[in-house]
Design a protein around this ligand. Structure first.
Ligand code: SF4
Length: 259
């Protein structure tokens, strides 16, 4: 089979098998370079800022490898980034993977609802994981650039109503987020199939100042996750109602960081 590599976005990383990138499943993982966000806590710094400096993984190699694993009943692949939807020819890559009989999970930041809708409506996506960076009313703060939060909201609504397997996830970054921010996102996502709260990893960060921030302790993260679970189930946190889009008055930990 011949492949015309220029038709597909350049693949900048490939994990043959992973247990952690598709919940409950063994899957291959394919990384595309570049992103339209600049989240200061991002741990894919080179992939986001300097994708051209990373070697391409040949499509032929990827196809040969997934064929090998398909013969062993591994028929899932995660397409992640960076942000895959910034690539106009993403659908060609997804189509190629589909033609190889793969089930595909798309990881996205939700900034391009039209791309997400197109891929889903064309049957090229079997599952979606969307990162939600924080409450929508201050979205540019979490993403490091000006972001049209209406598009993020459009993606959330589409994914939740699509019937497709999905989950949302948020990385909790001390000083950037307050606990209340996580609960506001959880309240906003009530009705979603799942909302996964992730611990911040300070080892490599897009903004090097963030590598000095310590993540919340495991105990505190477990408490946050328990509260999120209550909110997703429609219960209040510690007896206080959490309202979506609640504006936070006063100084935040982030204000303290930058002041
Ligand atoms: S964490 Fe932010 S900057 Fe990094 S890849 Fe995801 S959306 Fe892009």
């Amino acid at each position: 089979m011949q492949f015309k590599e220029p038709d597909c976005p350049a693949v900048k990383g490939f994990i043959e098998t992973s247990f952690v990138d598709w919940k409950g499943c063994l899957a291959s993982v394919l990384f595309l370079g570049g992103c339209n966000f600049r989240c200061p806590f991002c741990h894919n710094r080179d992939l986001v800022l300097n994708p051209g400096g990373l070697e391409d993984v040949p499509i032929e190699y990827i196809v040969a490898t997934i064929r090998k694993y398909r013969a062993q009943w591994v028929d899932r692949i995660v397409v992640t980034g960076g942000e895959p939807t910034i690539h106009k020819n993403l659908y060609r890559l997804m189509g190629l993977l589909k033609s190889e009989g793969m089930k595909i999970k798309l990881d996205t930041n939700g900034s391009s609802p039209s791309a997400v809708k197109g891929l889903v409506n064309d049957g090229l996506v079997d599952a979606i994981a969307m990162d939600v960076k924080g409450p929508l009313d201050r979205y540019s703060r979490w993403c490091g650039i000006n972001v049209d939060d209406r598009k993020v909201q459009e993606s959330i609504e589409f994914i939740m109503g699509s019937g497709i397997d999905h989950y949302f996830r948020m990385t909790v970054v001390p000083f950037l987020h307050r606990e209340e921010d996580v609960y506001m996102v959880a309240a906003h996502l009530q009705g979603a199939k799942d909302f996964v709260v992730q611990t911040f990893r300070p080892d490599i960060t897009l903004n090097t100042a963030f590598s000095r921030i310590r993540p919340f302790s495991p105990d505190r993260m477990n408490q946050i996750k328990a509260n999120v679970s209550d909110i997703m189930a429609g219960e209040s946190v510690r007896g206080k109602e959490v309202r979506p889009h609640l504006s936070i008055a006063g100084k935040t930990d982030q204000d303290n960081l930058y002041s």
